[in-house]
Design a protein around this ligand. Structure first.
Ligand code: UD1
Length: 325
């Protein structure tokens, strides 16, 4: 299939592009390189340096005739979205509407969209399935939920089918070491721990050790980025073959605490990884775990690389390579 991957030079996008290439698809990456990097581009794909906020560059790119589009271009820092909602309105909502309009004009009828578990907000029960109420706690999650709504309308009105993939916490790197571009200024746990282990940061701040969890630290459902990548390919097959849209959670269905990830990092890296326990981060729930039963049933997909050792060791390999460059 001829596929355009918007945001394909980014952390998740590059893993998705690699998976699609490996499956024999013809891939074009469209990226403005604001957070993505050229290092994440592959020789067997085409690259267009373009911006989703520039409708002309989208139109021009889409005139090549794609059968499907994967949309991963977004701002994703939940905390920042509460301080700078304008940035999230423009990059996430306006950007997506530009994509939808250009796709409908160009006749691209299949879209896979990166949604988020942030659409659910504070959990009312665990594990979180797709029927859980959607009451986002931050503006970032609100933008993702709104976009899911636009996608439903564009299906009704324009016949564009879509898969909304509600990611839990993406982590890890390609086990074969083919992706080397690191995320910069990420506030997420795995990149922060890696930077401390590398000696690039002084310590890991643990945001609260008094949660109602086994060891008191926050528990999340970390999903390996290569598991996520396989789910994109499966979702694309589903919407094109079954000619139906879908909304599914993508999680590992197991929870890992901050301390479990810390201890595994210490074990695998052999580094001390100094920590400081600080107060809870506003808006952080104690525990989030997904039910991925629907993805299993509809896509035949489940996480296979999301155990704590794989998450940490593949990350550590990617960071180790970066220093050698
Ligand atoms: C957030 C968003 C999620 C988004 C994801 C990726 C929410 C509820 N979740 O996930 O939608 O897709 O970011 O951007 O908005 N932690 C520390 N110290 C740190 C960093 C994190 O202790 O320096 C802890 C957090 O308190 C949490 C866990 O580690 O318990 C994971 O945090 P993080 O990686 O930031 O992801 P989320 O906040 O779960």
């Amino acid at each position: 299939m001829k596929i355009v991957v918007i945001g394909g030079a980014g952390y998740i996008g590059s893993h998705v592009a690699r998976e699609l290439l490996d499956r024999g698809h013809q891939v074009t990456v469209f990226d403005n390189l604001s957070t993505g990097t050229r290092e994440n581009l592959f020789s067997d794909e085409e690259f267009i340096h373009g911006d989703i906020l520039t409708t002309d560059s989208l139109r021009q790119a889409f005139s090549q005739g794609f059968e499907a589009l994967i949309h991963l271009a977004a701002s994703k820092a939940a905390g920042e979205s509460m301080i700078k909602p304008e940035k999230y309105s423009v990059n996430n909502i306006t950007g997506t509407l530009n994509i939808l309009n250009a796709a409908s004009e160009a006749g691209i009828g299949n879209i896979v969209f990166s949604s988020s578990a942030a659409v659910y907000g504070e959990p009312q029960y665990l594990p979180i399935d797709e029927d859980h109420p959607t009451v986002p706690e931050n503006y970032y999650g609100f933008t993702k939920l709104q976009i899911e709504g636009f996608l439903r309308w564009y299906e009704k009105l324009k016949g564009i089918r879509s898969a909304s993939l509600r990611y839990f916490n993406a982590a890890g790197y390609d086990a074969a070491g083919r992706i080397t571009g690191l995320e910069h200024n990420s506030a997420n746990l795995l990149p922060v721990i890696m930077e401390v282990a590398m000696g690039w940061r002084n310590n890991l701040q643990i945001f609260g050790d008094d949660y109602d969890t086994e060891d008191g630290t926050g528990v999340r459902d970390y999903i390996h980025v290569s598991d996520l990548a396989r789910a994109h390919a499966a979702a694309l097959e589903y919407i094109t073959e079954k000619k139906q849209s879908l909304t599914v959670n993508l999680g590992s269905e197991s929870g890992l605490s901050v301390l479990q990830i810390l201890e595994t990092t210490r074990k695998i890296s052999g580094k001390k990884v100094p920590v400081e326990v600080v107060g809870r981060r506003p808006g952080d729930p104690g525990k989030l775990v997904a039910s991925s039963a629907k993805a299993k049933e509809l896509l035949g997909w489940k996480a296979t690389e999301s155990d704590v050792d794989s998450l940490v060791s593949t990350s550590w390999n990617a960071y180790g390579k970066a220093i050698r460059l």
